[in-house]
Structure formats: structure tokens, C-alpha cells
Design a protein around this ligand. Structure first.
Ligand SMILES: Cc1ncc(COP(=O)(O)O)c(C=O)c1O
Length: 381
């Protein structure tokens, strides 16, 4: 009988936690009215639940002077922030200004920026250093007189590195540049503290933090204006029309509450397993390269290049035993743009692996994963 594969792909998505599922239950068939229907009592009740969820999020994240806008997920939040801000900038100034980002951003940032390039804006994609991080000098060098928008993610989804966004935010503030950051991989895994107030526009996703899929957040400074991408009934401050999915809103607010409450303990537990996994793999195998800084990194991420073997065969053999991401994840089978930006070759990117640990991963999983990976590597060399 085939055993169940070990799940080490929690950065791709997480299961909805039981408490989150329970919190959503009344809002499917009992309290189901449209929160925008404020002319009747049922709609008013639904609207109260929506606003209470928004307030709960504001309180749990200690938000000050930020609008909390619900979206369908981090992809939409990034699109709304970047397209919405740039188009509004053009509308007000008549100028196509300059935008800075990183080559290693998620496609949900790079593709809207490609769209803006087609519309006339200028975009610089900075290539980070070999450890995946950008330096203050490197960032400053790329700022131009007409730079009006910067988008740099807090933590990378493939290699887990944590960018120095506190410094970036300070530089942006001193030059009057608006700063957007994709936090999709961060909430619940690292201390955010002042970062939430330092950054002008922040993207958050629910399904990365044991919340339901299909909902996300864009947090923006109160004074920021965006051109909406979806128009209609004027929901979400007129920035994102459409009836909101109340069960998902409630579940997401619950997931945020739990993530913040348990952040410290969870991060310690994840780091313990991640470090054991790395140690075991390095002890048993030669020719492993760690992709990205190991110090400035999310606690649940490991990304390795396995030298001297065929990447396609490696991933094919692993498929039934470990659920993980290959160096060609998220890019239609093409080698990862993140690993290429770090200087890895096509071949090296193809024989790379992202292992991401979850809250239900245990010591036995880690031990088995080390054995499976080691045996697979040996069989292919
Ligand atoms: C950094 C980052 N941004 C954006 C996304 C897209 O998120 P969603 O699935 O919520 O649209 C992901 C998901 O993989 C991500 O890791």
C-alpha cells in the first residue's frame, strides 16, 4: 500500500484551521444577507458583522490610520495597489512616472507592473544580491527624480528571505515616494510591529495563514487614492465593488486573530523543524546549495539546489513521496525567475526544491523527509 506523501508545501497554501471553519458556520445559511442591503434589518445585521470583522482586524494588527479593504486574495490586492495607485497618479499629474521593484517579486506584482509599462510608466526591476537581499545603497542608486512608487515584498515566497523594508520605507518617506509591500507570506510567521504603519500599502492573503481561500486584504494609508479596478455598487470605500463573501470575511478575521496570538510559539516550532531538516540534509548529502540568506529568512522556508543530478527526474521520483515545490514552481514549468536572479543556472534552478513546513509538521515527518530526499539524491547520482 502506498503511504501518504509528506506535505512540505505550506507556503503554497495552508488548510483552514478548525476554529476558523467553526467561526464561519453561521454565515453560510443563517446570517446570509447582503451586507450592502442596508434598507432591511437582515442586511443591517450582515453589515454589522462585516464591520465588526474589519474592526477585529484593525485591533489585532494595531492598525492606525489605515483603510482595510477586502479583496479576493493577494493577487487582487497587488493589482489594486499597483494599477490603482499608478493610474490615479497619472490622472492627477498627467505624468508617467518611474516605479521600482525587485526581479524576485511574485508574478502578482511583476505582471501588473508589466501592464503599467505597456501603459507608459517606467519600471526598474532591481536584481538583488546573491543572497536574495537588496542593500540600502543598491536601492538608493535606482531612485530617480520621477520615482513615485516602490513595491518590495517583505518576505519572498520561494526563498523566504526577508528584505530590509524598514530602511526602504524610511528612504521612501524622506523622498515622498509611496511604498507598497506584499506581506502575503509573513503574517503569523514573523514580528511585524511597526512595519504595518511604516508601509503605505500592504497586501495580505488569508489562505497562507490557515484562513479560507478567496479572500485577502489591501491595507492603505487613509489619504491614499486609487483608481478602482472593479466598479459597480461602490463597496469597500468605492475602491472594490461587489458583494463581499461574509463567511470568508469572518473566517479571515479569525485566522488573523489566531495567527497574531500564536505567532511567537509557532515561529519557534517551525524554525526548530526547519533547522533539523536542513541539518539532516547537509549531514547526509554533499552538493547542496542553500538559496537565499539563511539568517534573514522566514522560519518555515527552505530552498535548496541539489547539484549533479537531473532536476526533472528528481522531482518525478519525489512526487509520490513528498509534496513540495520545484524550482519551476509558479511559472508554468519554466525555471524560477527568483533562482535565476540569484545567479543559478537553468539546470541548477531545475534541480532546486522549496520545502515549507506547516503547523502540523512533526519530528517524524522531518526524519522521513530527510531519508526520502537522501535516498532519492543517492539513487540519481
Ligand atoms: C508573495 C505572494 N504574493 C502573492 C501571492 C498570491 O496570493 P493569492 O493566492 O492570495 O492570490 C502569493 C501566493 O503564492 C505569494 O506568495
Amino acid at each position: 500500500m502506498l503511504s501518504t506523501p509528506i506535505l512540505l508545501d505550506y507556503q503554497s497554501s495552508t488548510p483552514c484551521s478548525k476554529d476558523v471553519v467553526d467561526s464561519m458556520k453561521p454565515f453560510w445559511s443563517e446570517i446570509f444577507s447582503n451586507p450592502a442591503s442596508k434598507s432591511n434589518l437582515a442586511g443591517i445585521n450582515a453589515s454589522a458583522v462585516l464591520e465588526a470583522s474589519r474592526e477585529k482586524i484593525e485591533q489585532n494588527l494595531f492598525l492606525k490610520n489605515k483603510k482595510v479593504i477586502f479583496t479576493s486574495g493577494a493577487t487582487e490586492s497587488n493589482n489594486l495597489a499597483l494599477l490603482g495607485f499608478a493610474r490615479n497618479f497619472y490622472k492627477n499629474t498627467g505624468n508617467y512616472g518611474h516605479i521600482i521593484t525587485l526581479k524576485t517579486e511574485h508574478k502578482a506584482v511583476l505582471e501588473p507592473l508589466n501592464q503599467l509599462k505597456k501603459e507608459g510608466f517606467m519600471v526598474t526591476e532591481i536584481n538583488p544580491e546573491k543572497d536574495g537581499l537588496i542593500s540600502e545603497e543598491q536601492f538608493k542608486k535606482n531612485i530617480r527624480e520621477d520615482t513615485f512608487l516602490v513595491s518590495v515584498m517583505l518576505a519572498n515566497n520561494e526563498i523566504g528571505v526577508i528584505q530590509p523594508i524598514e530602511n526602504i520605507s524610511k528612504i521612501c518617506k524622506s523622498r515622498g515616494i509611496t511604498f507598497h509591500s506584499d506581506f502575503a507570506q509573513c503574517l503569523g510567521y514573523m514580528v511585524l510591529d511597526n512595519l504595518l504603519s511604516d508601509v503605505n500599502m500592504i497586501t495580505i492573503s488569508s489562505h497562507k495563514i490557515y484562513g479560507p481561500k478567496g479572500i485577502g486584504l489591501l491595507l492603505i494609508d487613509e489619504e491614499i487614492n486609487l483608481e478602482p479596478l472593479i466598479v459597480g455598487g461602490g463597496q469597500e470605500y468605492g475602491l472594490r465593488s461587489g458583494t463581499l463573501p461574509l463567511p470568508l470575511v469572518v473566517g479571515f478575521a479569525k485566522a488573523i486573530e489566531i495567527a497574531v496570538l500564536n505567532q511567537k510559539n509557532n515561529a519557534e516550532k517551525l524554525l526548530f523543524h526547519r533547522n533539523n531538516l536542513l541539518e539532516g540534509l547537509l549531514k547526509n548529502n554533499s552538493g547542496l546549495l542553500i538559496n537565499g540568506s539563511i539568517e534573514k529568512r522566514l522560519p518555515h522556508n527552505l530552498n535548496l539546489t541539489v547539484l549533479d543530478l537531473n532536476g526533472a527526474k528528481f522531482h518525478k521520483l519525489l512526487k509520490s513521496k513528498i509534496i513540495c515545490s520545484s524550482g519551476s514552481a509558479c511559472s508554468n514549468g519554466e525555471p524560477s525567475h527568483v533562482l535565476l536572479a540569484l545567479g543559478r543556472s537553468f539546470k541548477e534552478a531545475e534541480s532546486s526544491i522549496r520545502l515549507s513546513i506547516g503547523l502540523s509538521t512533526n519530528a517524524k515527518d522531518i526524519k522521513e523527509a530527510i531519508n526520502i530526499l537522501t535516498n532519492t539524491i543517492r539513487s540519481l547520482r
